[in-house]
Design a protein around this ligand. Sequence first.
Ligand SMILES: CCCCCCCCCCCCCCCC(=O)SCCNC(=O)CCNC(=O)[C@H](O)C(C)(C)COP(=O)(O)OP(=O)(O)OC[C@H]1O[C@@H](n2cnc3c(N)ncnc32)[C@H](O)[C@@H]1OP(=O)(O)O
Length: 209
Amino acid sequence: MREVFVDRDVLSGDDEAELAALAARVRELAEAMTLTKVEPAEAASVAAEIAALTERLKAARRAHPPFGTVGESGLDRQIANPVTGRLNPLAPPVDIEVSEDGIVRAEFTLPAVYEGPPTFVHGGVSAMIMDQALGMAAAATGTPGMTATLETRYRRPTPLGVPLTVEAKASRVEGRKIYADGTISGPDGRVTVEASAMFIAPQSAPAAS
Ligand SMILES: CCCCCCCCCCCCCCCC(=O)SCCNC(=O)CCNC(=O)[C@H](O)C(C)(C)COP(=O)(O)OP(=O)(O)OC[C@H]1O[C@@H](n2cnc3c(N)ncnc32)[C@H](O)[C@@H]1OP(=O)(O)O
């Protein structure tokens, strides 16, 4: 696969593990925040403590999110990615694996912070997870690309708080265009979301930002 990334700090395994642990705590904080019933005065007190913690983190700051060390697939460097990044507290708990036959798969459970319709996953969150899974399936062909089109078909509501499965696979490569299809299904195996996407390999690597 050709190199597509700009220069970034690359974290050691230990540094990545520590920041991933911090991100996990921030995720728990977001979940607690969404569901808390504490009194307003307590909320204000907690807000002040969090502001102080944020200042501590800002004391040493990068210009851009870091990368992790390259894995065997060569695709797992974006550790602050908003869909699967261990270092990104906004990322849902989705750990996508790519098998040798190019099938992309993850099992995950989405908590209340991703709620759209009451008790169900927000459709934009499902689309985001599909985009990533389909993009990784496209990249597994050896030709990674930018999402050009993404079509999602919501067959039935996707429930929160139960094990879900996302699967995707590239169907064909036509020049710079890579096509992929995938699904999200519930614990009963029934498909809740179908998605198809077309990715286009850029003529040149994206410019540094
Ligand atoms: C390499 C990148 C990093 C990857 C790293 C891998 C990491 C491991 C995987 C991670 C997975 C992440 C998955 C999320 C990935 C995003 O989230 S990407 C972000 C969302 N997408 C974007 O921002 C894309 C914005 N658009 C663009 O940058 C450019 O329009 C594109 C898509 C690169 C195409 O630009 P271009 O190369 O100049 O295209 P151009 O030469 O005009 O057209 C080529 C052909 O494509 C067609 N085409 C172009 N655009 C479209 C379109 N939108 N719809 C339909 N057809 C189109 C043209 O009609 C033309 O067709 P033909 O005439 O050849 O038949």
